[in-house]
Design a protein around this ligand. Sequence first.
Ligand code: IPM
Ligand code: MG
Length: 383
Amino acid sequence: MSKYRIAWMPGDGVGNDVMEAAKIVLDHLKLDAEYIPCDIGWDFWCKEGNALPDRTVKALEGTTCGLFGAITSKPQDEAKEELIPELKGKGLVYFSPIVKLRQMFNLHTNMRPCKSYAGNPLNYRGNLITNPSGSDVAIDQMIFRENTEGSYGGVEFHPLPEAVYEALCANPKMKPWKAKGFENVALSTRIVSRQGCTSICTQAFEYAKKTGRKRVTLIEKPNVLRETGGLMTRCFREVAKSYPDIWADEANIDAICMWMFKNPQDYSVLVAENMFGDIVSDLCAGLIGGLGFAPSANLGDKYAVFEPTHGSAPKYAGQYKVNPIAMLLTARMMLDWLGEASSAARLEAAIATVIKEGKVRTYDIGGKATTLDVAREVARQLG
Ligand code: IPM
Ligand code: MG
């Protein structure tokens, strides 16, 4: 029997292309694992009305962790249009299977590293004032995104159920809304808990302590989102007290977008609730060459699902054109989580060498190599 059972979830679009790349590298590292293919994604929504079939959930329960490619998500109306005729009009509701997975398996913590590897032609070079030489700006950030709460809880209404509408209208601030009529009002909620906020902040500080990082920045908007943002900010300050050697600072989501673009090298560990973490992780990825370089890990207490931050890029599906580096760095995070520290370190070093040498590059960084060429080159570097 293999040491690990890994749920293999290519998902949609280019998910399959990049997972094949991961397989080349994992096989080369001789990871003692069995890979269990699992159905997930758009096709299963269209054909079965469920993007995360029950058999997949069951299969996942018998695995050590999951590796995930990419997912196609569409708004409700478009999703319903694409159901097979037999399933149309049955009141089926689309949900993103990756968001559901995060919630079902309580994968409360999303870690998203953004690191500028030397030789990446798309590394951020700064603006003329802060960086007149135009050389690479060294970026090494770790984003801690709360992964199950906030606006991702799926508590949304349109039209508003009358009871909800009436309850809300008891608040005098709802006066202008009342005149609009409940059928014309949509509501999405942002719900956070003290436990969720404290946990994500603690993990960010613990990580900073363990890795010798000196700054942890909270991303929020408590001046407007007074209750949810306020609770998160209070939890952050409370946790920070136990880490007197680490600079704990706070930024509003809008301001950090500007500061991150201007002085990204100043930031180290970032912590945010779900939606702000989602936004800022794409921004940070943009600074290190785009989503082709951004891995991520969805972590729970005992289970984890690893996925690159990028989407499914349907127009490139099956063309083996996209950059697999995000996926390979994701595999590296998985190896680390499994306790395969030396394989993880070797893999990162090999990826860094391939980027630095710049001989085998996909189209996004000006090359002509395929997804699998890059994986084979990484494998070659592994020796
Ligand atoms: C991400 C993605 C997902 C999210 C989508 C696909 C639902 O953008 O992992 O960052 O919003 O979390
Ligand atoms: Mg995102």
